[in-house]
Design a protein around this ligand. Structure first.
Ligand SMILES: [Zn+2]
Ligand SMILES: [Zn+2]
Length: 131
């Protein structure tokens, strides 16, 4: 039983890791179901919550009120206020600058996350059609 739980955990985490589109819990469950139909929704939800608690993945609360999950850390996001897409930005220079900030000297930072809000090229200033 324990072995099986570990396997399930690994599968769920793997699916989040391989998804670079900041999946919602529904999207994660959908993919888990495809990989192993015996894993129930409650198990997926419980494990995802646990991963967040353990710091293995990150919960992103978007402006649209949708919770999204991100396996990767130390990067920034451009959040489109029209379509809700999150775009990953890896800016090592900015990250380095942040890490050298005085106000972070005595603060043990575990994840550097910065969100820039606006409109993506496709949405063109908020005139986005329903996706
Ligand atoms: Zn957009
Ligand atoms: Zn991201």
């Amino acid at each position: 039983m324990k072995y099986r739980n570990t396997k399930q955990k690994e599968l769920i985490l793997d699916i989040i890791k391989n998804n670079h589109n900041h999946p919602t819990i529904y999207e994660i469950y959908d993919e888990v179901k495809k990989a192993d139909a015996t894993i129930g929704q409650a198990t997926v939800y419980r494990n995802v919550k646990q991963f967040v608690k353990e710091g293995k993945i990150h919960l992103i609360k978007t402006k649209q009120g949708v919770d999204r999950y991100d396996f990767y850390q130390d990067h920034f996001h451009l959040e489109c206020l029209a379509c809700g897409k999150l775009f990953d930005i890896y800016d090592s220079n900015l990250l380095k600058q942040l890490k050298n900030k005085d106000y972070l000297k005595d603060f043990q930072a575990t994840n550097y996350n910065l969100t820039i809000e606006g409109y993506c090229p496709e949405c063109n200033g908020g005139k986005c059609e329903e996706v």
